[in-house]
Design a protein around this ligand. Structure first.
Ligand code: PLP
Length: 414
């Protein structure tokens, strides 16, 4: 009988979201009259902006005529989009990234999950705790995580706690990892790192020969000047970092699907003989073999986001969510809750009051205020005692949720 990849049997089930879904369904069945406000969702709610919609219609028309039809496109993405990204997301901001260092994909989840294909299974890994679970699970699948440990971790992954005690800023690793995942602005904590704080990580990676996998899926939400929009704003990052970006939260492409990954030409690792090897051709080879390119339609839609009109419309949508975030920050503070995030990201990370566990607070918000969020413990051990709310609901629902909470003054007595 054929053998399966045993690593998959090591993975825990997707307990967090299935349990959240089960509890919400049970609540709705027993309280059909309740007006539930969902603030746990990581999906956006605003429709695509008009510039993207018009471009999509034009692209559909292109596909209807043999003279403009597009079949298979380049695996790396169309030049028209790679050039716009290089020009507007990078060079226009004084950041040195060339079109041939940009790889268009169907999203950052795929790329952050697939990047391990070009890295040795022997590499040691570090991630923050709490963490976007894809980084951990894909290393488990690849056999790079080692074995589960008694405290819920993995023998070959160093978890770097981010809690109120360290201001949600991870400390440098102690185990000399080869690969470090950082996501800033962060999901789930909503916090960001400043230029000086990110420089510490770039310097560490350069000094230790480590690769920095930098997920900036929430870059569009940055409002503060000292928070870099790209890791390549930090000197030396081109020699040690890969950057992942997504159009999902920027432009509502969660259903359209589109993202991109930057692999600088000068970024090198070593092979088993100790020879230095550039990662850009390896990633190109990986993508050309396993990926047939993102759709023509989605790439034309993304191109339209870079027109002056598109840029303005994207900023408007991001602004809508950030207004929600500001309402939430004020509402949570007014209810006596301590929260971070919501300044450079659409996430708010709440300290549960009175030492409640994440799940106890979930139950309280659901049962008493009919608000659904996400228990922080689902994102890692250091997420216990925290709770995530997102700013992706409508303005009306966000206001209504904060009004409900304002009837209560939470304390931190215990
Ligand atoms: N990276 C982070 C940190 C995310 O939170 C998400 C989505 O929630 C993604 C990547 C996935 O992005 P995409 O929709 O481009 O696959």
């Amino acid at each position: 009988m054929f053998r399966i990849n045993d690593n998959f049997t090591l993975l825990a089930g997707n307990y967090l979201f299935s349990e959240v879904g089960r509890k919400i369904a049970a609540f709705q069945a027993s309280h059909p009259e309740a007006e539930l406000i969902r603030m746990g969702i990581g999906d956006v709610t605003r429709p695509l902006c008009p510039a993207a919609i018009e471009a999509l219609h034009r692209a559909v028309d292109d596909e209807a005529s043999s003279s403009t039809f597009h079949g298979y496109g380049p695996e790396q993405g169309y030049g028209f989009l790679r050039e716009k990204i290089a020009e507007i997301d990078y060079r226009g901001r004084g950041i040195d990234v060339a079109p041939d260092e940009i790889f268009i994909s169907d999203g950052a989840k795929s790329d952050t999950g697939n990047i391990g294909d070009i890295l040795s299974v022997a590499c040691r890994v570090a991630v923050t705790d709490p963490v976007y679970p894809v980084y951990v699970d894909t290393n488990v699948m690849a056999g790079r995580a080692g074995l589960p440990t008694s405290d819920g971790g993995w023998s070959n992954i160093e978890f770097l706690p981010c809690t109120a005690e360290n201001g949600f800023v991870p400390e440098l690793p102690k185990t000399d990892p080869d690969i470090i995942y950082l996501c800033y602005p962060n999901n789930p904590t909503g916090t960001a790192l400043t230029r000086d704080q990110l420089k510490v990580w770039v310097d560490y990676c350069l000094a230790h020969g480590a690769l920095l996998l930098f997920d900036s899926a929430y870059e569009a939400y940055i409002t503060e000047d000292d928070v870099p929009r790209s890791i390549y704003e930090i000197d030396g990052a081109r020699e040690c970092a890969i950057e992942f970006r997504s159009f999902s939260k920027t432009a509502g492409f969660t259903g359209i699907r589109l993202g991109y990954t930057v692999v600088p030409r000068c970024l090198k690792g070593v092979d088993s003989r100790g020879e230095r090897v550039a990662l850009n051709p390896l990633w190109n080879r990986r993508q050309s073999t396993k990926f047939n390119g993102a759709s023509y339609l989605s790439q034309r839609a993304a191109e339209a986001l870079y027109t002056p009109e598109g840029c303005r419309q994207v900023a408007e949508t991001v602004g809508y969510y950030m207004e929600n975030a500001a309402i939430m920050r004020a509402g949570l503070a007014g209810a006596g809750l301590q929260a971070v995030g919501g300044v450079n990201s659409p996430y708010l990370w709440i300290k549960t009051p009175d030492r409640m566990t994440s799940w106890e607070f979930f139950d309280l918000l659901l049962d008493k205020y009919n608000i659904a969020g996400t228990p922080g413990s689902g994102f890692g051990k250091a997420g216990e005692g925290y709770f995530r709310l997102t700013a992706f609901n409508t303005l009306e629902n966000t206001r209504a949720a904060m009004l409900r909470l304002s009837s209560h003054l939470f304390t931190n007595k215990k």
